[in-house]
Design a protein around this ligand. Structure first.
Ligand SMILES: Nc1ncnc2c1ncn2[C@@H]1O[C@H](COP(=O)(O)OP(=O)(O)OP(=O)(O)O)[C@@H](O)[C@H]1O
Ligand SMILES: [Mg+2]
Length: 260
């Protein structure tokens, strides 16, 4: 795959390969994301989207290739430094025991934000994540999956990372909540130099949220371009494969979803 937009990049991935238990999960992935850009990673189930994000924050050690933050290898950064600068909201985010406030305050406290400012940030983060202020006292273990996802976004945003990685941020949400979270993501994007990387299986969401998008398939980047024209620019074979994967995905969701 040819190389992408213009540098210098906030976050750059070069020839990234990840092998686990003999399987090649990521295969020569290249991506370059500029500061303040909103970048989408699109692909069907099992394409390697989550593993790519997880590898960027070094939850997995790449087999080969490079990951650069502001031109510096992330492997050279202290883990605490990397965690502070690049924050991953996982697909099924884990919550700490206790209240939503405990969850929001924990990381702020850990990174030395004074309690007064931490409270302000926590309250603001709830608003950004489209959660009512009353959520602050809710018990984290009693939240729905969608609410948990939004608390996780709030928790990440409160820490003011330079790069925010969101893995399927709306997969567990109904259309109204999806709209609210997308609104929040667009607000985040507007208001700051924050660099956003959003994993999605939904081309329409990529169009709404992303400046540029790559399409991942079996651990490889098979297309890359402007989010609004990516699909039209695909060669017909690749487009058909992508649409097929998508149909399969929707099928899986419908089977497991009694409410729809
Ligand atoms: N710990 C692991 N060891 C070996 N293989 C793994 C591991 N975790 C994931 N995989 C495999 O890596 C591939 C990519 O998985 P990944 O979770 O990145 O897919 P995805 O694109 O995020 O899919 P989804 O849309 O379903 O979340 C899959 O084939 C998966 O089975
Ligand atoms: Mg995933």
């Amino acid at each position: 795959m040819s190389h992408h937009g213009k540098g210098p990049y906030k976050l750059e991935v070069r020839a990234l390969t990840l092998e686990l238990e003999g399987d090649r999960i990521l295969d020569g992935v290249e991506m370059g994301i500029q500061e303040g850009e909103s970048f989408c990673i699109l692909g069907g189930s099992g394409a390697g989207k989550s593993m790519l994000l997880r590898t960027v924050v070094r939850l997995h050690e790449p087999s080969s290739g490079e990951i650069l933050l502001d031109g510096r290898a992330v492997s050279d950064l202290a883990p605490s430094d990397l965690r502070r600068r690049v924050n991953l909201v996982q697909q099924s985010p884990a919550m700490l025991d206790g209240t939503v406030e405990d969850n929001l305050m924990f990381g702020l406290d850990l990174t030395g934000v004074p309690p007064g400012e931490a409270k302000v940030r926590a309250a603001e983060a709830l608003t950004v994540a489209a959660l009512d202020p009353s959520f602050i006292d809710r018990r984290a273990d009693k939240l729905s999956e969608g609410e948990r996802q939004r608390v996780a976004i709030a928790r990440a945003h409160a820490l003011r990372p330079e790069v925010l990685l969101l893995d399927e941020p709306t997969a567990a949400l109904d259309p109204r909540r999806t709209h609210e979270v997308e609104r929040a993501i667009l607000d985040l994007k507007k208001a700051s130099t924050l660099t956003l990387v959003i994993v999605t299986h939904d081309i329409e969401q990529a169009r709404r949220l992303g400046d540029r998008t790559i399409l991942l398939r079996r651990g490889r980047v098979v297309a890359e371009g402007d989010s609004s024209t990516l699909l039209e620019d695909l060669d017909p074979g690749e487009r058909a494969r992508y649409m097929g994967e998508l149909e399969q995905w929707h099928g899986e969701v419908k089977e497991g979803d009694a409410c729809e």
